[in-house]
Structure formats: structure tokens, C-alpha cells
Ligand binder design. Structure first.
Ligand code: ARG
Length: 459
């Protein structure tokens, strides 16, 4: 059923009809469209546009429809309606006849669609928040279990300084914490109701939009109808948060893929999330992580797409805006799937303590400690850095770690070096010294775990 037949004499071209329809993807907004329609019917009754009896009849029919779509929402796809709004109205009219035609009084699909979409985003943000929290909990559990696992930390993918596996986990907790705060922030701006904005200039009926907003769980109604029907900032914000979070997941994936490589061999991924090769029987590939890493690009694509769609688009509603949904739905589903998959990866990961430690010991990751040691003995850092570099070069030539060098070798480069050098350059000492806030010292890591557990309510 088209909602706009009167002005037209000719038939729609079949190809155009197909091109124009959004039902194939906006059908997932059915629940939101019905919920908003029920709220609209109530406010129409308050404004004496519907009688109490009429409102009840409409509400009953819509509730029935809601039940039907909960059983099978895919049935909607059998219809040839233009969009979900037309479909709900058609179903209502099928159920209660002429009375159903009153529901659209004072309303436009322009304010309807953005109301539905905001309701959907709100619902989905709750699910995403939940998974972001679950993932943080997983990282904390893993951190607690691996507080003493020393491994190399990298810059430029070169072994740089020792860290612990727990510390690495906590870095991701920080990123996820920022993702949560971004999502909560979006909610503040998103949770304002555009319903009752009409097509672009407000509704001509005496409607209490604030009351309507609150009845739908929004904290207030929007201020300017022209802006309300044009606004898709919340879609951009949500996609931008999705993109940032996917970037975090993709960096996590890259780290894990490297840790899992034959070269690093720090961890073992479970059979549950890896796959084999059709040719090489020895292979166990980190497919889950490679997919997360790549799906990040797909989410960026959706963000780019909505940014470009809205650029230079005149106020207010233009059909261009129908193109906001597929990208948004796909990106959110992708992000959520990747969050769930990351949880699964962490649940089943095995950390190889000894190999991690050996790697930390082997890569001259304690060279900074020699420089700091010499600074304590009175050299400037620049001078100390040069001497430590020469010592590292000497050790590389001998194929030895720094702690195996004899004192006489150290003395070639500086007489300030004494016997206590050896305890300064142990991995444990490297960690212990970094006790200031944010450092890798076990005390700081413990504190971070305690704070995170309190914040996440895990005991
Ligand atoms: N399917 C449309 C969309 O997704 C709904 C709004 C249509 N409004 C209109 N004036 N044609 O944007």
C-alpha cells in the first residue's frame, strides 16, 4: 500500500518501486514503529483527535501486531509496501478498517523514521554496553591469572621494555572503558524525541510533545522540527564510536595474531576459534582474529558512507537519508559480533609463561635500565644512553644477553658500573621500578585490577 496515491494518476514503474522501497531492511524497525505508534495514538486521544474507545481499539490491534512480528518478523518481507511505516499502517487498517486511517493524523514519516531509528539505537546501545562490559571483565580475569607473566613490550614491533601479560590486558580495558564512555555520551544527545515534528515545521495539532517524549522513555522533546527531521548526527556518532571500538578490536587481533605466530609463540588459541588448512595438516589459523581485524574496514566504510550522504544535503528530509540504515545496521551487527567473538577468544586462550619470559630476556629489553643506572651514578641521560648502546652492541656481537656480560666487559665502557648492575637489570627490577601511576610495576597493576573490579562490580 502506498501512502500517497491521491495526487497520482499514473502507476509506479516496477523497477522504480523496487528501487525506492526500504522495507527489505527497515523491517527490523517494526517493533519501534509500533511502539511509537501506540504512544502517538495515546497523545492523539489526549488531544481529543481520537476517542478513548478508538484509541483502545488501535492500541489492541497494534499490540496484536507486535506479538505477530515477535513470532515471525520475516513475514513482513512478503509485503510490497514501500517501507515499515506503510506496512504497519496497512496492517492496522487490515485489522480494524477505517479507524486505522486516523492514526497518521498530525504525523509524517519524516518524524516517524527518525523516532524509530533513535529508539532502535537506544536499544542497541544497551546491548553493546553490556558486551563492552563483559569483554572488560574477560580481560580482567585474564589479567589476574597472568599477573606474573613477563613478556616483551614492543615499539616499532621491536622488543622495547618488559611488561606483564596482565599489563597488556589492562591496556585494552582502558580502550574499552573509553568506548563505553563514548556510547553513554551519545545516549545523552540521542535520547531526545523528534516525534511530533511533522514533515519539517512541527505538527498543526495540539500535541504535548514533552509528554509524548517521556512516554517513549526520551528525556525531552527536540526544539526545532526542521532540525529534528534532518538530524542524523546520532547515526554518525554511533558509527564513529563503532569505528573507534573496532579499531581497538582490530589492534587487539593484530597483537594476538602476532603472539600466536610461530615466531613469537607466546600463546595458544583454542581449537574452538581457529581453523585448519585444506592442504597443510600442521596449520591452525587464527581466523576469528583475522576476520575481526578486517571487519574493522567494513565498519569504517559505513561511517564514510553516512558522512558523505549527509554532506551538503539541504534541509530537511531528503530520500538520500534512507541510505543511512543499511550501513548502520550492518556496522552495529558487525561490531557486536566482533565483541562476542573477542570474548570467546579470551575465554579459551592459553599463555605460554616460559616462552614469554625467554622472549623478554632475549631482546635487550632491559637496556634502558643500564642507562638509568648510569644516570643514578651521575651521568647525563644522553651520555648514559650512548654507553648503554655500546654495551648492547658488544652483547649482540657476543650473542649474549646483558646479564651474562662480565663486569670487565662493562668496565670497557664505564668504570661507574659496579657489581650491583646485575640486580638492576633483572626483568623483575625493570618492572618494580615503574611504580609511578600508569607504570607496569606489579603494585600498580594490582591497584588497576582492584579499581576495575570495583567499577565493574566484580568480586
Ligand atoms: N523509508 C524512509 C527512510 O528510511 C522513511 C521516510 C520517508 N519519508 C518520505 N518523505 N518519503 O528514510
Amino acid at each position: 500500500m502506498a501512502l500517497w496515491g491521491g495526487r497520482f494518476i499514473g502507476e509506479s514503474n516496477k523497477l522504480f518501486k523496487k528501487f525506492n522501497t526500504s522495507l527489505s531492511f527497515d523491517y527490523i524497525l517494526a517493533q519501534e514503529d509500533i511502539t511509537a505508534s501506540i504512544a502517538w495514538s495515546k497523545i492523539l486521544m489526549k488531544s481529543n483527535i481520537l476517542s478513548k474507545k478508538e484509541q483502545i481499539t488501535i492500541e489492541h490491534a497494534l499490540v496484536e501486531l507486535l506479538k505477530e512480528i515477535k513470532i515471525n518478523s520475516k513475514n513482513i518481507l512478503l509485503s510490497d509496501c514501500e517501507d515499515i511505516h506503510s506496512w504497519v499502517e496497512e496492517q492496522l487498517i487490515n485489522k480494524i478498517g477505517e479507524l486505522g486511517k486516523k492514526l497518521h493524523t498530525g504525523r509524517s514519516r519524516n518524524d516517524q523514521i527518525t523516532t524509530d531509528l533513535k529508539l532502535w539505537c537506544r536499544k542497541i546501545i544497551d546491548i553493546l554496553l553490556d558486551n563492552l562490559i563483559k569483554l572488560q571483565i574477560r580481560f580482567i580475569i585474564l589479567a589476574e591469572a597472568n599477573k606474573n607473566v613477563i613478556m616483551p613490550g614492543y615499539t616499532h614491533l621491536q622488543r622495547a621494555q618488559p611488561i606483564t601479560f596482565a599489563y597488556w590486558c589492562l591496556a585494552y580495558v582502558e580502550m574499552l572503558k573509553r568506548d563505553v564512555s563514548r556510547l553513554k555520551n551519545i545516549l545523552k544527545r540521542l535520547n531526545i524525541s523528534p516525534l511530533g515534528s511533522g514533515a519539517l515545521s512541527g505538527t498543526a495539532w495540539n500535541i504535548d510533545r514533552e509528554e509524548l517524549a517521556v512516554s517513549l522513555g526520551f528525556h525531552s522533546a527536540t526544539n526545532n522540527a526542521l532540525d529534528s527531521v534532518s538530524d542524523r548526527d546520532y547515526v554518525i556518532e554511533l558509527l564513529s564510536t563503532a569505528s573507534i571500538s573496532m579499531m581497538h578490536l582490530s589492534r587487539f587481533s593484530e597483537d594476538i595474531i602476532f603472539f600466536n605466530s610461530g615466531e613469537a609463540n607466546f600463546i595458544e588459541l583454542s581449537d574452538a576459534i581457529t581453523s585448519g588448512s585444506s592442504l597443510m595438516p600442521q596449520k591452525k589459523n587464527p581466523d576469528a582474529l583475522e576476520l575481526i581485524r578486517s571487519k574493522c574496514g567494513r565498519v569504517y566504510g559505513s561511517l564514510m558512507s553516512i558522512l558523505v550522504i549527509l554532506k551538503s544535503l539541504p534541509l530537511s528530509y531528503n530520500k538520500d537519508m534512507q541510505e543511512d540504515k543499511e550501513g548502520l545496521f550492518d556496522a552495529i551487527k558487525t561490531w557486536n559480533n566482533c565483541l562476542c567473538m573477542t570474548i570467546l577468544v579470551l575465554k579459551n586462550i592459553k599463555i605460554k609463561h616460559d616462552i614469554c619470559r625467554q622472549a623478554a630476556e632475549a631482546g635487550y629489553a632491559n637496556a634502558t635500565e643500564i642507562a638509568d643506572y648510569l644516570v643514578k651514578k651521575g651521568l647525563t641521560f644522553r651520555e648514559a644512553h650512548k654507553i648503554s648502546g655500546q654495551i648492547v652492541l658488544h652483547a649482540i656481537k657476543l650473542h649474549q644477553p646483558l646479564h651474562s656480560l662480565t663486569l670487565s666487559i662493562f668496565h670497557i665502557y664505564s668504570n661507574l658500573i659496579e657489581d650491583d648492575i646485575y640486580k638492576h637489570i633483572t626483568l623483575e627490577s625493570c618492572l618494580l621500578k615503574r611504580i609511578s601511576k600508569g607504570g607496569v610495576a606489579p603494585y600498580q597493576v594490582d591497584q588497576e585490577i582492584i579499581t576495575a573490579k570495583k567499577r565493574l562490580n566484580i568480586f
